[in-house]
Design a protein around this ligand. Sequence first.
Ligand SMILES: [Zn+2]
Length: 321
Amino acid sequence: MALSNTQYNEIMHEYEIIQQENRADLEKRREYVYEHVPGYKELADSISKISVEFEISRLNGKKTDSAFLHDKLEDIRARQRILLHDAGLSENYLLPKYNCPDCKDTGYIGNKKCHCFNQRVVSMLYAQSHLQVLTRENNFKKLTEAYYTGEHLDHFRKAKQISINFIKNFDSTYQNLLFHGTVGTGKSFLSICIAKEVLDRGHSVVYYSSCDLFRKLTDFYYDFNKKTELANLCENIYNCELLIIDDLGTEISNAFVLAQLFTICNERELLKRSTIISTNLSLKEIQNRYHDRIFSRLAKNFQLLRLSGPDIRMQMAKKQN
Ligand SMILES: [Zn+2]
């Protein structure tokens, strides 16, 4: 599973809070009934008394009749239900309520995680990925061939098919993609489409524009008070199951940034964590801008996918006018 221990504990803590709230809520309803439904509390007390007496007899080795006890308790409970009903309340008024009845707000059914737990994981992963907003507009449902023709369409179809395979094999295969090509040819769009599918399958994804990522790393690195933030950021970008660096080449270029980019590639390769990079730079420009040791890593470990054609945003703007 894609969660860190801290994230797991955070989710389990949410369940504890829900349980506490629901228990407090039940306690309030019980107090209300004890106060407003005459005779109800006496019946509840008699259930406790009879049960305790039965247990003491059993422990003392006396002969006990559990079927008789069962019938007796059932009889009392039926009388309680009638009292609730006569007071205009639901018969279930004093049953515990759960946000998720399937796991009774424990997160687990037996030793398997409940669907509500998995849902929380996905929500948490979305929040961590910075992709909550972007995936609303950039997803496979909105992907269209309409803006591509000729060889551009061929490039797009190939990239799309490889993206689909990337998702299909994500659980079993270490794979990296590098989308390159001119501005507005759908590189970021495809990266985010993939991110959405991978997130929805419960994997951790972290998305950064190159510019933001290296600015943040630089800020944290040179600020002594940000050591924890730096450690958390590095932990996230080295370990997340899918890292997306959008718009490589828009970051400031200096020795620190180059070293960081190399470290990211290296760490992720060692951990066999997949990465997607998109860039408006051509392969030649990548080679010129980054050291050979970075370029050779990209060339060796990444599937290079070229997208081409006229700027889609311009085409869309023209259409709207
Ligand atoms: Zn549940």
